[in-house]
Design a protein around this ligand. Structure first.
Ligand code: IGP
Length: 266
């Protein structure tokens, strides 16, 4: 673990404990027996090849924001995002720090047919099988959590499970030189997970490093059409937005407005 004395270090240490105990209770075989494990994957890469768009996120709370909008149900948020024209849906499944769950993933899957991201801190390939068994189509791998060799090993495992991968980076040195072909999307997190500081300049700086056969996603801190259009001019094709949508009474309505107003999305 690279950052033991930060909130990120704490989250990862907790996650490692959580997964170790889960693995002893629920086997991979029993995950693979779940009905959703057999469901054909919906490709997020294909969705973005066709058109730029937004990965809309369901997020109740985060370490930097104790309450965003706790009253909404995941079903209404997921269905609202799909109706409004989201390209994909992201659902936080970490419980302790983000108030999410695998149950949320199941409910989201049942409420929409968009490519679905399991958003969590993946520290073990077990979580990739689990994501598939609960209805996800792609998983997040975080460059500040995993070593380069782990990123590529986890991506190979995801490919065997027929899952797609969004690799998130926040610094130059988090991107492996020999990126595994299973990593179809590379996201730049504008938020530093160690300090919570947000800067869209991070996306602009790191965009130059992303191989041009990968789909570039800008993540976090986005809420306006100006920001989206500016980032689109730097090569970004996807925009991952949580709080900027979730803080509204009707997140789907806010998304619809944003898509209509932004030159690069409509
Ligand atoms: O709510 P925001 O600022 O729009 O951010 C969404 C998303 O990018 C953020 O939730 C996120 C990006 N990477 C993460 C890793 C773990 C947990 C959460 C995240």
């Amino acid at each position: 673990m690279r950052y033991p004395d930060t909130i990120l270090g704490k989250i990862v240490a907790d996650k490692e404990r959580e997964i170790a105990s889960k693995k002893s209770l629920i086997s991979l075989t029993s995950l693979r027996d779940r009905p959703l494990y057999q469901r054909p994957r919906v490709s997020v890469v294909e969705a973005f090849k066709a058109q730029a768009g937004i990965i809309a996120e369901h997020k109740r709370r985060s370490p930097s924001r104790p309450s965003i909008n706790q009253g909404l149900s995941v079903q209404e948020v997921a269905a609202g995002y799909e109706k409004a024209g989201a390209r994909a849906l992201s659902v936080l499944t970490d419980g302790k720090y983000f108030g999410g769950s695998l149950e949320d993933l199941l409910l989201a899957r049942a409420s929409c047919s968009l490519p679905l991201l399991r958003k969590d801190f993946v520290v073990d390939t077990y979580q990739i099988t689990e994501a598939k068994a609960y209805g996800a189509d792609f998983v997040l791998l975080i460059g500040s959590v995993l070593e380069h060799h782990e990123i590529n090993e986890f991506a190979a495992y995801a490919q065997e499970e027929d899952m797609e991968v969004l690799l998130e980076i926040h610094q130059e040195d988090e991107l492996p030189a020999d990126l595994h072909p299973g990593i179809g999307l590379v996201g730049v997190n504008n938020r530093d997970l160690r300090t919570f500081e947000v800067s869209l300049e991070t996306s602009k700086r790191l965009s130059k490093l992303i191989p041009n056969n990968r789909i570039c996603i800008s993540e976090s801190g986005l809420s306006s059409k100006e920001e989206i259009d500016d980032l689109a001019s730097h090569g970004f094709r996807g925009f991952l937005i949580g709080e900027g949508l979730m803080k509204n009474q009707a997140p789907g309505e806010r998304l619809r407005q944003l898509i209509q107003e932004s030159k690069s999305l409509s």
